[in-house]
Design a protein around this ligand. Structure first.
Ligand SMILES: Cc1cc2nc3c(=O)[nH]c(=O)nc-3n(C[C@H](O)[C@H](O)[C@H](O)COP(=O)(O)O)c2cc1C
Length: 239
């Protein structure tokens, strides 16, 4: 059964080109409130959202991470993992505060991600489009400085939102059976990867990137990960 909500979700495609039209402030607030309605670990709401809308700040972020969606967006929402409020709440009850570590990082990152996806979906439901921009983490310290992020906070990704200038086609996902398993995990064969490489190449057609899907994965995981994220997390006393 497919209703309007599911249809909208199935039609998702990231938008990276926007017109100059702005999202009205009241509409943006509604979109973000819908985002903030997402589930959150123990209702801690361990994230903040920096609403970047001036050309000046968008340009400064673009200079650090040159993706045109940042500059063209009506609003560039930077989702920030945030245990700064948690420090204040904790200090009401004890002098001890242990924000560091993987589990706490997952708590704030998952909370922020759920809110961001809800925000994007709400925007799409009103005819707007957007793209998540995670590569701002390559310049984590610079973005933190620019946005005045305090201790116990870190930039997770941006969400560029606006009026679509161009709609992309819906990207085919991996086959359902390669991702969703009944009762127990099912390790996949190389053939599944090769088949999906072919499917992606066919889908992309003339717009095909110079590399295959699996090659792009190798570019990420075939080399040690960047250190900017870890260094920034250490600087913000989260690792
Ligand atoms: C955490 C995260 C980070 C992303 N970072 C970027 C980015 O820096 N630049 C970009 O153009 N797209 C980025 N994307 C968008 C993905 O490339 C896109 O969602 C994916 O290719 C699937 O395409 P679709 O959203 O059109 O279905 C990001 C998506 C996620 C979830």
């Amino acid at each position: 059964m497919v209703n309007e909500t599911i249809k909208l979700m199935l039609e998702h495609a990231s938008v990276r080109n926007f017109t100059a039209e702005k999202i009205p402030a009241a509409t943006l607030k509604t979109i973000i409130e819908a985002g903030r309605a997402a589930s959150t670990w123990k209702n801690f709401q361990s994230y903040s959202i920096i609403n970047v809308q001036t050309d000046e700040t968008k340009s400064k972020i673009f200079d650090l991470q040159p993706q045109k969606s940042i500059k063209q967006a009506s609003h560039f929402l930077v989702f920030v993992g945030d245990l700064n409020r948690a420090e204040k709440a904790t200090k009401l009850h004890t002098d001890q505060f242990f924000p560091e570590g993987t589990e706490n990082l997952l708590i704030s990152s998952v909370d922020a991600s759920l809110a961001a996806q809800n925000t994007l979906l709400a925007a799409e439901s009103l005819g707007y489009g957007g793209v998540i921009v995670g590569l701002i983490r390559d310049q984590a310290a610079e973005i933190s400085n620019l946005l005045h992020l305090p201790d116990y906070t870190y930039p997770l990704f941006g969400l560029a939102l606006g009026v679509p200038a161009r709609q992309n086609d819906v990207k085919p996902r991996l086959p359902y059976e390669a991702v969703v398993f009944d009762e127990r995990y099912q390790e996949q064969t190389i053939k599944v990867i090769e088949d999906y490489d072919r499917l992606q190449a066919e889908f992309a057609g003339a717009r095909r990137l110079s590399s295959d899907w699996s090659e792009r994965i190798a570019t990420q995981f075939g080399v040690p990960s960047q250190t900017a994220t870890l260094e920034n997390l250490q600087d913000k006393k989260l690792m």
